[in-house]
Design a binder for this molecule. Structure first.
Ligand SMILES: [Zn+2]
Length: 243
């Protein structure tokens, strides 16, 4: 009988060394371009400079009312500020629900912004800027996608927040939304909570029967609903309005 059998710990060490060598060989086989891409992914929402070259892109944050779009926009812009990047934030002059100048989220976070009458003004005000934020983009004119692209080509990271559907629950036929979502490198869709059933909400249900396309939203005018509760509410309204 072997008086000194190989110990369990020495086998484990041997296996660990073999695993370490195997991992090292595998890592050496990964092309450099993948390593660069992983580095880029880690930095993509904090640093618009890759290997010293300034690159711009477009991010869209969309969703129903009360889904946290403005909170997310403010969070991304604050992080850019912490990274000492030069930021500019714009909101439509039309939207003065909470403040004339600040962008204010439903959870009372705020950030100073520049109210503008149209998207052409954004282009003129972004000289020397690293990150441009645009809130409530659905209230801007149809030139906004062109402006966002021009800024991205100039090396600006553009973050746009907006509702992704109109009040009847359809993708808007006009306006900047479809083009912006198609042109964006990154699209984040946020969900609110359905006020009828508690499921994730993707629709903004207008509580009044007003049919104007543009009705700047507030708690009393809209509520978030899931697809099923939204359709049920619209059907009930049509039944009431029917002669
Ligand atoms: Zn629901």
């Amino acid at each position: 009988m072997d008086a000194n059998p190989p110990s369990c710990s020495s086998s484990t060490v041997s296996l660990s060394i073999k695993t370490s060598i195997f991992v090292s060989v595998l890592t050496a086989m990964i092309p450099d371009r993948f390593v660069v891409e992983r580095k880029y992914e880690r930095k993509m929402f904090a640093e618009p400079h890759i290997n010293g070259e300034k690159r711009g892109w477009i991010e869209v944050v969309c969703g129903a009312i009360f889904s946290g779009k403005t909170e997310e926009l403010i969070r991304r812009l604050r992080r850019a500020q912490i990274a000492r990047q030069r930021i500019a934030i714009f909101k439509p002059q039309l939207d003065n629900r909470f403040d004339d100048v600040h962008i204010v989220s439903h959870d009372a976070r705020s950030i100073p912004s520049t109210p503008v009458a149209g998207s052409a003004q954004i282009l003129a005000l972004c000289s020397g800027i690293d990150v441009a934020g645009v809130d409530e983009a659905q209230f801007f004119d149809s030139q906004l996608p062109e402006v966002a692209e021009e800024l991205a080509f100039r090396g600006v990271r553009v973050v746009v927040a907006r509702q992704d559907m109109d009040f009847p629950g359809h993708p808007p036929a006009g306006g900047p939304m479809p083009q912006l979502m198609a042109l964006a490198e990154y699209v984040t869709k946020l969900h609110a909570i359905c006020q009828q059933c508690g499921n994730p909400a993707t629709h903004s249900f207008r509580l009044s029967a007003v049919s104007d396309q543009i009705l700047v939203g507030e708690k009393e005018q809209y509520e978030p609903r899931c697809r099923h509760c939204f359709v049920r509410g619209m059907s009930q309204r049509e039944a009431v309005q029917a002669p």
